[in-house]
Design a protein around this ligand. Sequence first.
Ligand SMILES: Cc1cc2nc3c(=O)[nH]c(=O)nc-3n(C[C@H](O)[C@H](O)[C@H](O)COP(=O)(O)OP(=O)(O)OC[C@H]3O[C@@H](n4cnc5c(N)ncnc54)[C@H](O)[C@@H]3O)c2cc1C
Length: 456
Amino acid sequence: MDFDVTVIGGGVGGLAAAIRAAESGKKVAIVEKDQLGGECINRACIPSKTLIDAVKLLSKADKAKWIGKGSNGELSLNYEALNQHKNEVIEKLRGNLKHTLDKYGVTVIPGRAEVKQEGEVKVGEKVITTDKMVISTGSVPISIPDFPLNGKNVLDPWSAMNLQSVPPKVVIVGGGVAGVELATLFRSMGKEVTILELMPRLLPVPGMDKDVADAVKSRLEEKGIRIILQAKSKISSADEKVRFHVETPSSSEDIDGDLAVITIGRKGVTEGIDLNSLKVNVDKRGYIVVNDKAETSNNKVYAVGDVTGGALSATKAWRQGLVAGDNIGGKQSKMPKYMPLSIFADLEIGSVGKSIDDLKNEGIEVREITVKMESIPRALTVNEPQGFFKLVIGKDGRIHGAYMVGEGATEVINTVSMAMELSATVNDLYPVTFSHPTITEVVSEAVQRAVSGEMY
Ligand SMILES: Cc1cc2nc3c(=O)[nH]c(=O)nc-3n(C[C@H](O)[C@H](O)[C@H](O)COP(=O)(O)OP(=O)(O)OC[C@H]3O[C@@H](n4cnc5c(N)ncnc54)[C@H](O)[C@@H]3O)c2cc1C
């Protein structure tokens, strides 16, 4: 046997599984046909956040009256330098990963893996024998008939983010996480941005709080982004310009853009892996079915990350990879109860737990405590008083959910996620002290209000 474990796909899910399994003494190989780090590091989370964080500095500086502007009253962006910065961040993270894999003695095998039967992985002409395997082959954007990608001006998110220069008018299809983040990016670069969303609200993501979604919509509109909800749209032509025909319950219009970014439509990658002969079950959309230990229907095969469907997020992929690696290494490990979601929009969003509507539908009695960010001193010192934090509490004081829109929401939400995973009640959290002045004090304030009264 060449390896105890062979991991197919070196994205965040596969890397986590490989590192954890190796850490517990297993002989591990990871096969990657492109670059280590997969979507998240090379094409999605990291490049998008590097660009968004950088351009948000512009909007922050723009609204800061005390910052001097050029003679035309505007700040300027050197997009070439920014792209260079983005590439350096990606390189650095890829280097860190390679270092960790080397440290744990994981063998990296470049090439495309094919699997025809259990226990064997073929890479090029070479056949590797392995006891267990982890399928972590991710997902890819697909071209859908109403929005055919053309590699020119109808692009998937990564291709759009990788353009050397972005044209003036951008139309984004999909008002989900990627749509909202890309709208933030392009608008902060001064582009005219329209979002077309089929559903009646922005961010139609499971568990998303309606008030948060509404607040995000208002903020993006304030920034000049046009958002069309309940938009049944299709591309009618894509030559020099991309023309959309858009129907809503109350209107019908044609919208032209120089660039269309299609954020909807992905599928799991399983080409070359004979799931039938492996006796690995898939769901009706072709995603591999796993339990909360990342086990498939074949006890020699684990699957992690986007290829298992559900939330397509690096947060989940990484955790599922750790769970698979731990279980392979003999440690009992399960997926957590809560998976926080962070969205890096113009005003950040953090969410964990179920939405109030979902909880009510399940017959769970809850109450909510809402704290406006304008009452938190740090939100004023950083000049970002918009937004709110909402804590959803059960009768027994247990926290069922937390939602935030505001500066630092993507960090704050992890604090609550930790408390929820540990089943802490508001009474447990009451004596916990947060340093001052910090944005996280909003959690403390909500807890104080739940147990006693208002402090701020
Ligand atoms: C624009 C955008 C922004 C995003 N931002 C965030 C974010 O901020 N936070 C977040 O949590 N998530 C984010 N995501 C989602 C996140 O990128 C993915 O959920 C995550 O990368 C999935 O990781 P994975 O390991 O499952 O798969 P991938 O990262 O797709 O890795 C799979 C790897 O497998 C390799 N592979 C496939 N088939 C084979 C084969 N046969 N042989 C060898 N190698 C193979 C591929 O080359 C790839 O490297 C974002 C997505 C997009 C599109």
